[in-house]
Design a protein around this ligand. Structure first.
Ligand code: FE2
Length: 391
């Protein structure tokens, strides 16, 4: 049996899952002995009925709402949030929103613990291919996440913050991963279908990368296998405009499994490309995922035929009238999902200039995730070819 010897990191959190689960938050915070939580969200979310209702239930003041989360989690917001958390003497951070909200919260937690010395703890790939990951040993504020999309960012110990230049800085520290997750699929119903589809393509990519990652293990595989059909089913319904309560529950549960799977299996070439490409050309992480994924799968096909055949089998289990028998069918089914959702399929259609791509390929070559890709990536030219096919 492949990978029969393995180590497994169990994500250390409590999950409260269910329709309307957010109503349990007050009680859950009391269990954590929290008195002064600070909410971390976008300015739009801060004005939403759901956040107003949450604030009322928890007694959160205006000052304790840090509503400055931006797309791709700007590094500066983590610093600003740190200052705010200090000013209000927060004893807990609660993110409300998508991946950028939870990543910003994680950045604030690290900044609070290390007096703003965030850049001392970045995850980097050294020229010899090994990873450098200095860990913060100081106590962290407890982080609580209420995800409204399916990015799964709230589950993993990894997070990324973006500099004003568009450079994404990676971190990975298990002591920062949220310890309480409140998954309330009802919140996802008010997210625009387009955003949900983008976010969902990211979650689908998590399960596929987890299935073929070089550091997958039998436990991470269980989660990826469970997650993919649920995600495919839920996203298909969202794309068709027919999503009901059960479809949102499937999406949320699928996203949870996807996030748990990459906590161990990590992510590979596909995410390495998305982490650099998205911020550099102004695309959301979800949109970047949606466009790039089929092209990376084609690149990985010779090294991951069995895993991609399994992807096809799992998509078949979604019961949406699709049978994907071969690895090639699986890639076509991933493409079809994005197409049905009306997402663009080429970089040129979202105003990405082709000239930028070779330089980006060079930068991507240093990404840590390349170490986990099933097919070795030896040159920037290989990455440039993938980017060009996506263009
Ligand atoms: Fe992702």
């Amino acid at each position: 049996m492949e990978n029969a010897d393995f180590s497994y990191n169990s994500p250390a959190h409590r999950l409260v899952f269910g329709w309307g689960a957010r109503s349990a938050l007050k009680e859950e915070l009391a269990r954590l002995n929290v008195r002064r939580p600070m909410l971390v969200c976008s300015s739009r979310a801060a004005r939403s009925g759901e956040v107003v209702e949450l604030r009322r239930a928890l007694g959160v003041s205006d000052e304790s709402v840090f509503g400055e989360v931006g797309s791709h989690a700007p590094l500066q917001s983590a610093f600003d949030g740190w200052q705010r958390a200090r000013a209000v003497q927060a004893d807990c951070l609660i993110s409300f929103g998508g991946g950028s909200a939870s990543d910003t919260m994680k950045g604030i937690a690290l900044a609070c613990a290390e007096d703003g010395r965030l850049l001392d703890f970045t995850l980097e790939r050294l020229p010899d291919g090994s990873l450098r990951n200095p860990l913060s040993t100081r106590a962290k504020l407890p982080c609580v996440a209420i995800p409204t999309t399916v990015s799964g960012a709230e589950i993993t110990p990894a997070f990324a913050l973006t500099e004003t230049t568009g450079k994404k800085i990676l971190f990975r520290d298990a002591s920062i991963a949220p310890r309480l997750l409140v998954y309330d699929p009802e919140l996802m119903m008010s997210v625009p279908a387009r955003s949900m589809s983008e976010s969902g393509m990211n979650a689908v990519a998590h399960t596929i990368e987890a299935l073929y990652s070089k550091v997958k293990n039998p436990v991470s595989r269980i989660h990826a296998r469970e997650g993919l059909p649920l995600l495919y089913r839920g996203l298909h319904a969202v794309a068709m405009g027919s999503a009901q309560r059960d479809d949102f529950i499937a999406l949320a549960l699928g996203a949870y499994y996807a996030g748990v799977s990459i906590t161990n299996a990590r992510t590979a070439l596909h995410h390495s490309i998305c982490h650099k490409l998205g911020p550099a050309v102004g695309l959301t992480h979800g949109m970047t995922n949606s466009i790039v994924l089929p092209h990376v799968l084609e690149f990985n096909l010779p090294a991951a035929r069995d895993e991609l055949a399994e992807v096809g089998e799992l998509i078949g289990q979604a019961n949406v009238g699709l049978s994907a028998r071969t690895p090639e069918d699986a890639i076509a089914a991933v493409r079809a999902l994005a197409r049905h959702a009306g997402l663009p399929s080429r970089l040129r259609d979202v105003n990405v200039s082709r000239e930028k791509l070779p330089a980006l390929a060079q930068v991507i070559l240093n990404e840590p995730g390349l170490a986990f890709n099933p097919r070795p990536v030896e040159s920037a030219a290989q990455i440039a070819a993938i980017l060009d096919s996506a263009w």
